[in-house]
Design a protein around this ligand. Structure first.
Ligand code: SF4
Length: 369
């Protein structure tokens, strides 16, 4: 049902009519709709949804890839930790090849492991807990990368007292509404006409978390599912909202997302973590956009336990334009290294590492431009 070609084509006709009307009334020559989330970019690229849009409707990939914006400094620290005696670094697979900020070998945890570092890849935080229980004499450090979607994975075991004392967490968690606000405040040059809000994140934080976009910035925003028809319908809803002159928050993903989110998960997150200003790779320091462990759980916090200070290093590698790709200011194909020195098998920049990175998505799905 969510992949019906006929319905998609019908909707695309309506999108063409609406966009024509809006452009005639506003005098604009294009409309920019940002999909915040990497998974939406995958749907758009994989199913060739850009080819269903009129040339005037520009679908812009946004900053919704947590691996892409994880500071290189964290990776540097973990590469060093992996060579310490009795220490095991644990990561999800999508951050395994993420380069640190030092442009020399070993550049990533993948390279560290190849050079004898102690690195393990897990599918879930529960697997990390099992590893730590299995080897109680060793220190384990888990790289916690993700947006609000993945925070409950560590927050709930933390507040439930189910984490062994030899397991530390390096919190690279980042929060999505603050980066959206930052983008709207600091980068008006992108001139967004509508935003497709992340569905999975919204299942945790609630659709209402995005209301500020419509109310404070006058930009329609739709919480969207991830099937092709979800995305095409969301684009239609945005254009309809513009045409009616009523920019508002809409929820297309009501089968999963409610207005207030998952209260159980949110309670655990607010107990386990404290919000603070944090650095986003390639973007800069974003107010109240990161999470460190609250004082009660700070003995699980790897950076705090080891006395590391949050440090901003130059983690942009020469030639890589990932910082612009993440902000929607450039397309992967504008990077001279795309599919030359930077490929999914051998990623040079952070946007080519994770399956949610725009460069990786474009590399693997042959975008229809
Ligand atoms: Fe960076 Fe690679 Fe993307 Fe170029 S193709 S912007 S080097 S991640």
């Amino acid at each position: 049902m969510y992949r019906s070609r006929d319905i998609a084509v019908q909707l695309s006709e309506r999108i063409k009519e609406l966009s024509k009307k809006i452009l005639a009334e506003t005098g604009r020559d294009e409309l920019n709709i940002m999909n915040f989330c990497g998974t939406h970019e995958w749907t758009i690229t994989h199913y060739g949804l850009r080819s269903l849009m009129p040339p005037s409707v520009n679908l812009v990939a946004g900053p919704g890839c947590p691996v892409c914006i994880t500071p290189g400094y964290y990776i540097d620290i973990l590469i060093d930790a992996s060579f310490e005696r009795n220490t095991i670094v644990i990561t999800y697979g999508d951050a395994f090849k993420l380069p640190g900020s030092r442009n020399k070998h070993p550049r990533s945890l993948f390279h560290a492991k190849a050079n004898g570092g102690n690195v393990k890849v897990v599918y879930s935080f529960q697997d990390a807990v099992k590893e730590a229980v299995r080897e109680p004499g060793k220190k384990h450090v888990f790289l916690a990368v993700g947006f609000e979607t993945t925070m409950p994975a560590t927050a709930i075991p933390l507040v439930s007292g189910k984490i062994p004392r030899n397991l530390y967490i390096l919190s690279a968690y980042r929060l999505t509404p603050p980066i959206m606000r930052f983008l709207l405040e600091k980068h008006p040059e992108i001139r967004l006409d509508g935003i497709i809000a992340p569905g999975h994140v919204s299942a945790v934080i609630g659709a209402n978390s995005w209301r500020f976009v419509a109310e404070e910035y006058g930009i329609p925003i739709v919480v969207s599912g991830f099937e092709p028809l979800d995305v095409v319908l969301s684009i239609y809803m945005i254009l309809k909202s513009i045409e009616e002159g009523r920019p508002r928050l809409m929820n297309e993903y009501t089968r999963v997302v409610n207005p207030d989110g998952n209260t159980y998960a949110l309670k655990a997150i607010s107990e386990a973590y404290t919000v603070k200003d944090s650095y986003w790779r390639g973007i800069g320091s974003v107010p109240l956009s990161g999470a460190v462990h609250s004082p009660r759980y700070s003995n699980y916090d790897y950076l705090e336990s080891m006395g590391f200070k949050e440090t901003i290093t130059d983690d942009k590698h020469p030639g890589c334009i990932c910082d612009k790709v993440v902000l929607g200011l450039a397309k992967p194909t504008q990077c001279p290294l795309f599919m030359k020195a930077c490929t999914p098998n051998n990623p040079y920049g952070p946007c080519m590492v994770s399956s949610e990175g725009t460069c990786r998505i474009w590399a693997e799905n042959m975008p229809v431009l």
